[in-house]
Structures are given as C-alpha cells and as structure tokens.
Design a protein around this ligand. Structure first.
Ligand code: NAD
Length: 397
C-alpha cells in the first residue's frame, strides 16, 4: 500500500510505518549523542509510552541508561486499508530496536484507567523485573471510563470568560477565528477527572500495595504552564484546572512514596507538537511563533531533547532546582523574557498573509507530518509498504 497523509482538521488519519520507525531512530541517535546516563534508572514503567513525551521518556531511559522498560499505551493496529496509529508503529519500532540492543522492552495495549490494566502491569513487573525505579505517567486522554462504566470526557474550554482566538488550517495555511464559550462546572470537573491527578494516585497506590516500587523510586507526571498569551485557553482553562490537580496529587503522593524513600514530582515541560497539543485551540499560532524564535536562538527542543535533559540535568544529574510549588522546570528556555517578549510582540499581528514570514508555520506543519511518519528525508513515500506491522504484546490486542 502507498501511504500518504490524510489530513482532516487537526487530525491526520494515516501514519507511515517506515517514517515512524525513522522518528524513533532519530530520537535514539539524539540520546546516544547525549552520552551515557550514569546512575540512571534501570527498570522503568511508562504509562502513556507511545506518544510525544512518554515515548521520549522511554527512549531516553532505555538508550541513555540501558533501562528495561514496560510501556502502557492505547494504540490501534492496522485494519484493512486503514493504517495503524502512529504510536503503534513507533512502539513496534522501539521494541524491535531495543531488542536488537539486548534491552528488555514489553508492551501492554489497552485502557490505563482500568483496574484490569493496572493488575496486568503489576503481574508483568512481578514476573519479569521484580521492582521499578521510575514510573513516568504521561497519559493524554480525551476520555476516561470510570469503574461503573460511565464515560467522562475532557474538554478544552476557557473558564469564566469566552475565548476569542485564531487557529491555522493545516491544508490551506489559512488563519481562522475561533470563539469558545466558557465551560460549565460539570465540564471542568470532568476534565479534572480525566486529566487530573486521580488516576496517577491510583496507579501509585496499586504499585505500592503490590510492593513493586523499589527503594528510592521516583514518579513523574508532566504538566504545561506556557505563555501568558495561551493562559486564557490553557492554564486558566479547563485543562489548566486538571493540571492544578496534578500539583495536589504530587503533594498527596509524598507520604505514600516516602514508604519506599521515593518521591513524586510534577515536571513542567515546554510546549511542543504532539497529538495532544495539536488539538488545543489557538496552540498552532503560539507554537509556530515559539519554534521560530527558539530555532533562531538555538534553544529549540523536541520531546527527546526535553526528556534527555530531564534525566541528565534534573533527576539523575545536575540539580532538581524545584520551583516554589515543588515542580521540576524544563520550560525554562521557553519562558525567558526574551523569547516571550518576542512572541507577545507578534502574537496579535499574525495573519494568513504574513504567517510564513512572521512564524515558523512551515516547521510546525513539518512537526505535525513527522509525528505521523511523513516528511522524513530518506524515506521513499512512493514505495509500496505493508501497513500491517506486528508488535509483541504482554497484554491487550
Ligand atoms: P500524546 O498524545 O503524544 O501521548 C499520549 C499518550 O497517552 C499515548 O501514549 C497514548 O497511547 C496514551 N493514552 C491515551 N489514552 C490512554 C488510555 N486510556 N490508556 C492508555 N494509554 C492512553 O501526548 P503528550 O503531548 O506527549 O502528553 C503527555 C503528557 O505531557 C500530558 O500530561 C501533557 O499534558 C503533557 N505535556 C504536553 C506538552 C505538549 O506541548 N505536548 C507540554 C507539557 C506537558
């Protein structure tokens, strides 16, 4: 099958297996270049291991510290003439490349919110690794099924006041206005239920009760604060309320984690193109501006640069340098006055006509395509490829 991008709105419904493998290879190359992570974690569990930050966390641990990794994710294999999801192809490539390196890597595919998935993960840890040194919680989910079967959805809406902003049409490069009414209290509560800290706490509780967290175990959860210009839709919006709940959960986890001399941290990461980020209204304009200025300054980073820096300079080397809320900061380069002033000066001036001149929309679009395995040099996109890529799974289909 010849696979080309199929873009609808902010979604691309096709993925390229060879391009996705190339993405993983490039990330591995970055980690190798950064050098061996002395004192790094040896047994790592990543919940949400197939997407932007979770996959990068897994690659940084495996190829930087030689860690055995267990990955939990929710991905779709190919079916008929529908390709697999990008995370399926990337996880399959990661598993193959890890095995070639002699690194343990097993995968569980299914709903991380379920008790069944938590138990299957615990069983696998007991069977294969005994205990875990690092638990990375990197889930970005649109919905959560509660134990009784009820489905709760997260929304991306402002809180208190309506949001007026602009987004960019991927296909045409045209700016479009968007306006969103503020969320009601149910929508806020539901977003916190899906993207807040409760499920992280449930995972850690279950892992501790099962005795599978090692002495000194660390657990992290990723958050985003971002720029003043995105606060109305992000940090002060429904998703921001969920992120505030992560700070609460991190505090609540200190005591239980102390039982294994462990720690729980929220890590503030930079704004990047990932599946989750591309769905946020208004984010396209901000990230296109951010990419432009950070590339010009030589401080632009992708997920793999961020997670590698998290391990080398914060968690397993350098210093934690926690902020006043006890969070690890990796958004330091994004939030310098110089970068933010540059963005703010241009934020309200971006139009369809000056988009390419004022911003790095070309780079943003390329990041979007590459997330799905397209637009990589050296991959023949006219060649016939088999979309049906197999991946060994310890749980799920
Ligand atoms: P992503 O969409 O690239 O990855 C999400 C992961 O969650 C995937 O592995 C997916 O399979 C998994 N997942 C989703 N629902 C699941 C379910 N029910 N069961 C099991 N797995 C499920 O997202 P991302 O941007 O890497 O986000 C990860 C975290 O990083 C989120 O907390 C996000 O808020 C945070 N973050 C993102 C950015 C950014 O700019 N992208 C910045 C800072 C922090």
């Amino acid at each position: 099958m010849i696979i080309k991008p199929r873009i609808r709105g902010f979604l691309c419904t096709a993925a390229h297996p060879e391009g996705c493998a190339r993405d993983v290879e490039n990330q591995i190359a970055h980690v190798r270049q950064a050098g061996v992570l002395e004192n790094g974690p040896k047994r790592v569990l990543v919940i949400g291991a197939s997407g932007g930050y979770g996959l990068a966390s897994r690659i940084s641990a495996a190829f930087g510290a030689g860690a055995a990794t267990i990955g939990v994710f929710f991905e779709r294999p190919a079916e008929g003439n529908r390709t697999a999801s990008p995370g399926w192809y990337k996880s399959a490539a990661f598993t193959r490349l890890a095995a070639a390196e002699g690194l343990y890597a097993k995968n569980l595919n299914g709903d991380a919110f379920s008790a069944e998935m938590k138990q299957a993960t615990i069983d696998l840890i007991k069977e294969d690794l005994g205990q875990i040194d690092l638990v990375v919680y990197s889930l970005a989910a649109p919905m959560r099924q509660l134990p009784g079967g009820e489905l709760v959805r997260s929304t991306l809406k402002p809180v208190g006041e309506p949001f007026e902003g602009a987004t960019i049409d991927f296909n045409t490069g045209e700016m479009r206005s968007i306006s969103l009414e503020p969320a009601n209290q149910d929508e806020i509560n539901d977003t916190v239920k899906v993207m807040g800290g409760e499920d992280w706490e449930l995972w850690i509780q279950a892992l501790l009760e099962a005795g599978v967290l090692a002495e000194g175990c660390v657990t992290t959860n990723y958050t985003y604060l971002g720029s003043e210009v995105t606060w109305p839709i992000y940090y002060h919006g429904t998703i921001g309320k969920a992120k505030e709940d992560l700070d609460r959960a991190a505090k609540a986890l200190q005591d239980p984690m102390a039982g294994v001399n462990g720690k729980a941290y929220v890590a503030v990461m930079k704004g990047l193109m990932t599946q989750a980020a591309s769905a946020i209204p208004g984010m396209a304009v901000y990230l296109s501006l951010l990419f432009k200025v950070m590339k010009a300054k030589g401080t632009h980073e992708g997920c793999i640069e961020q997670t590698t820096r998290l391990y080398h300079d914060r968690l397993y080397g350098g210093e934690l340098a926690l902020d006043e809320a006890g969070r690890i900061r990796l958004d330091d380069w994004e939030l310098t006055d110089e970068v933010q002033n540059w963005v703010k000066e241009r934020w309200a001036r971006v139009t369809t006509e000056n988009l390419d001149e004022l911003t790095d929309f070309a780079g943003y679009k390329q990041a979007f395509l590459q997330m799905h395995g397209f637009d990589f040099d050296g991959v023949d996109y006219d060649a016939d490829v088999d979309p049906d890529v197999q991946m060994p799974l310890a749980f799920g289909g």
